[in-house]
Design a protein around this ligand. Structure first.
Ligand code: GLN
Length: 189
């Protein structure tokens, strides 16, 4: 099994490091043809506007949409979640548009642009998960097929729709590998 991490912008090195610590083979994906070499793909946090634009410039956006529609498992964290979404409120930017959620960017307020909180995520076990939010997106709408795996203040912050997983927080910035393990189980299936 080889997991790709989209390496166009953002904190992809942290995902690579976490997967390597878990003993998983990784590939930093930059070119469309790299997509044929991986069994699953992580889209990191960063700046979704920039990442979306670079995706277009590198001509990887369309092939990636096709791969995801054909069943490639993907996991997007923060900016990655935004890119997977169908729509961003009041903002036009290149998206993959494969996950039936609507996003409000930077929606957790200025003073608390970054914060950490212990969350209950039954899908990954009983022990609370320390979630790191950095200028995080809020899921303001989601379709019926979207499964909400965890919430914070009643807002979905970890969601899944079939082969697509997305979180508004950054597990790659902690030592807790459980969400990555969950994603690897999706890839194994
Ligand atoms: N605020 C960023 C955006 O809108 C996302 C922040 C992050 O990935 N930590 O793209």
């Amino acid at each position: 099994m080889r997991i790709g991490v989209l390496g166009l912008q953002g904190d992809f090195r942290e995902h690579v490091e976490m997967l390597s610590l878990m003993g998983v083979e990784t590939l930093v994906v930059k070119l469309p043809e790299d997509l044929d070499l991986v069994d699953g793909l992580i889209i990191p946090g960063g700046e979704s506007t920039t990442m979306g634009r670079v995706m277009e410039n590198m001509r990887i956006r369309e092939p990636l949409v096709k791969k995801i529609e054909q069943g490639l498992p993907v996991y997007g964290t923060c900016a990655g979640m935004i890119l997977l979404s169908r729509k961003v409120v009041d903002h036009v930017q290149p998206l993959l548009g494969v996950l039936d959620i609507e996003i409000e960017r930077n929606a957790y307020g200025r003073q608390v642009e970054s914060f950490e909180v212990d969350l209950s995520i039954p899908a990954v076990g009983e022990k609370p998960f320390r979630a790191v939010f950095i200028r995080a997106p809020k899921v303001v709408k989601h379709g019926a097929r979207v499964e909400v795996l965890a919430e914070y203040n009643k807002d979905p912050i970890l969601v899944r729709e079939g082969n697509i997983l997305a979180s508004s927080f950054h597990p790659e910035l902690t030592q807790d590998t459980r969400i990555h393990e969950y994603f690897l189980r999706m890839v194994e299936k």
